[in-house]
Design a protein around this ligand. Structure first.
Ligand code: NAD
Length: 508
């Protein structure tokens, strides 16, 4: 597993092909690493506070022009972006594997998600509809108009280093906004690559205002510059609940808009009637995919007592045998953790689970990983006597806590008894259980599924969660509305001036 691929060289080749200037990622003070081997692959230049402010002002100037471009024409830019992403898919997908450690099919899948949202946004550019509303006054018409908002700030997490940007940027651009992106400090190279791909689309488009899209390379200070700048009308921030707790109040203080996409502690319930083979496969992907580093990763599994002995031993066998390895060289299903801190967080959670009476299988570092600077682990499955201790928190690593249940009402309550509310699923062939899970008394999450896992959402639906997941929605459905401002317009085409609610105000 140690690696015959020269990761650094391969990253350089990809960045060159995508047109990222070498001086953007060499010679700077901010190191970037690949979790595949742990080696340093870039030395970037973090943006200063002054430069960040200057870029935000420049984006604002771009917005002033872009808002006047007809929306279907703005859609043309995003159509071209989709074309460029199709052409760059292999390179960008590989770059995601290099920088975030995703296995090849998940790296490519993330780029496909970018292409999908571009297609969606192109259609949307002709569908930014407002309502016409009946008015109580004769000779009047009332309607809603949706206008561009301003500069949209995007803060993204390491685990979806390119898709989250595109979910926000594709929608923001067709909605008439400029975008400024602060990517994760753990995945800055993929951000430079995305910007280069967008610049190709901009060159083909011709005539778009300069500085319509900008990238702020840096750590949280660069994110704070975006959060605090009065020109930034909306910040869409994806990351931990800790980050959201800092960002949310700062935005609220200046009455800016926010879309918060924060941590999850997602659960599935396996009922007596479940198709257990299907459940097994869905659980394996949901809990171990992306090495447990998805916001929608399955972390809590409630299994009915009557099927527990049929399902859980098989699941443990899958865990014991799943392939763990270098995503650039092997067809392994589980790649590396992002860094040492992630590994230590995982070990700490496993120790805490044991202290709560949990029986842990797996979780150890995979010994033959080649370099001690990369953190490959066997996913852990932990049978817990009850939902307590670390089960109540998100640990961003492949740990699945398994618990028995007997009573459906009690398991629904347990399901909802955590602070996050992102994704959830139920495995059942009983329509009453399925419908109750989806009903007002069922799952309290933003995503509730039946007979599929918690992860792997499509772009067509609105994505996001409740409670400490932040309440934001992005991607499909009507999420676009958050990127625009709504004006209610009333037009009087009569010769009189009737007042609403029958109010009389006769000045003679
Ligand atoms: P993180 O919170 O450490 O960092 C996320 C981003 O926020 C980074 O760009 C970081 O620089 C920035 N940031 C951190 N503190 C900030 C501050 N005070 N002001 C401004 N910016 C700040 O998260 P991470 O480790 O990169 O990602 C993992 C977390 O993200 C998990 O909790 C996961 O569930 C969550 N996540 C959520 C979603 C979702 O859609 N709900 C999607 C992906 C990841």
């Amino acid at each position: 597993m140690g690696g015959s691929v020269d990761v650094k060289r391969e990253a350089a080749g990809i960045l060159d092909r995508l047109g990222v200037p070498r001086d953007a990622w060499t010679g700077g003070a901010m190191a970037s690493f690949t979790p595949v081997t742990g080696e340093r692959i870039g030395a970037l230049h973090p943006v200063s506070a002054e430069a960040a402010a200057g870029r935000i002002e420049a984006a604002h100037r771009a917005f002033l022009d872009w808002r006047l471009v007809p929306a279907p024409r703005r859609g043309e830019l995003v159509r071209l972006l989709g074309e460029e992403l199709r052409a760059a898919k292999d390179d960008l997908g590989r770059m995601v594997s290099i920088e975030a450690g995703k296995i090849a099919s998940e790296g490519l899948g993330e780029v496909q998600e970018m292409i999908d949202i571009c297609d969606f946004a192109v259609g949307l550019s002709r569908q930014l509809y407002g309502l016409t509303i009946a008015t109580e006054r004769p000779g009047h018409r009332m309607m809603e108009t949706w206008h561009p908002l301003g500069v949209v700030g995007i803060i993204s997490a390491f685990n979806f280093p390119v898709a989250v940007w595109s979910w926000n940027a594709a929608l923001a651009l067709v909605c008439g906004n400029a975008v400024v992106w602060k990517p994760s400090e753990k995945t800055p190279l993929t951000a430079l690559a995305c910007q280069a791909v967008l610049e190709r689309a901009l060159a083909r488009f011709g005539g778009a205002p300069e500085n319509l899209s900008q990238v702020l390379i840096g750590d949280r200070a660069a994110g704070e510059a975006l959060v605090d700048h009065p020109r930034v009308a909306l910040v869409s921030a994806t990351g931990s609940t800790r980050m959201g707790r800092e960002v949310g109040p700062r935005l609220a203080k200046r009455f800016a808009r926010s879309i918060l996409e924060l941590g999850g502690n997602n659960a599935a319930i396996v009922c007596p009637s479940a198709d257990l083979d299907m459940a097994l496969r869905a659980i394996a992907f949901g809990a171990m995919g992306t090495a447990g580093q998805r916001c929608t990763t399955l972390r809590r599994l409630f299994v009915h007592d009557s099927v527990y002995e049929q399902l859980v031993p098989k699941l443990k066998a899958v865990y014991a045998g799943v392939s763990v390895g270098n995503p650039l060289e092997t067809p392994a299903l589980v790649g590396p953790l992002i860094d040492r801190a992630a590994f230590e967080g995982m070990q700490q959670a496993l120790r805490a689970a044991k202290a709560e009476g949990g029986a842990v299988a797996g979780g150890e570092r995979v010994a033959d990983a080649g370099r001690d600077t990369a953190y490959y682990v066997r996913p852990a499955i932990v049978e817990m006597p009850r939902q307590s201790g670390p089960v109540l928190e998100e640990t961003f690593a492949p740990i699945l806590y398994v618990m028995r249940y007997t009573d459906f009402d009690a398991v629904l309550a347990q399901h909802n008894a955590v602070s996050a509310g992102l994704s959830s699923s139920i495995f059942t062939l009983d329509i009453r259980e399925a419908e109750r899970f989806l009903s007002a008394e069922g799952s309290d999450c933003g995503i509730a599924n039946v007979n599929i896992g918690t992860s792997g959402a499509e772009i067509g639906g609105a994505f996001g969660g409740e409670k400490e997941t932040g309440g934001g929605r992005e991607s499909g459905s009507d999420a676009w509305r958050a990127y625009m401002r709504r004006a209610t317009n009333t037009v009087n085409y009569s010769n009189a001036l009737p007042l609403a609610q029958g109010v009389s105000f006769d000045v003679g």
